[in-house]
Write a new protein. Structure first.
Length: 128
């Protein structure tokens, strides 16, 4: 997402706003991209640089691929747990209307974030 946005000069704050994330997180990622020759900073603005094909090699080198796969598996297990706790059928929610699916997704995201916070605080939670 960050490199895609860097086709035009952008600040970390602008990138964060388009991806609904914190600018501090984007800044950290931009610095990492810079250290590998994939982004350059001019004043407050960043742009893509170097060989973008190297990004796949970098993702493997840094272990991002494995972390992404593990995170995806964890998310799916948590979604199944959420549906089971709520007494909903376990599945992809294909039987829901678009509005119902959006409402369920929003409820799941709140529940998931709550579980992560409880875990972080060392309080009882459903393992996510």
């Amino acid at each position: 997402m960050i490199l895609k946005r860097l086709s035009e000069p952008s600040t970390a704050k602008e990138i964060a706003e388009t991806g609904a994330t914190k600018s501090r997180t984007v800044s950290r990622h931009l610095k990492l991209l810079k250290s590998h020759g994939l982004a350059v900073k001019d004043g407050k603005c960043w742009t893509a640089a170097g060989d973008v094909k190297r990004l796949d090699e970098l993702a493997i080198q840094l272990g991002a691929v494995e972390r992404s796969e593990l995170q995806s598996e964890r998310y799916e297990r948590s979604r199944a747990a959420f549906r089971a706790i709520r007494g909903l059928p376990i599945g992809d929610g294909g039987e829901l209307t678009a509005d119902e699916a959006a409402a369920e997704e929003e409820e799941f995201r709140r529940w998931y974030e709550e579980q992560l916070m409880l875990e972080h605080l060392g309080l009882p939670h459903h393992p996510v």
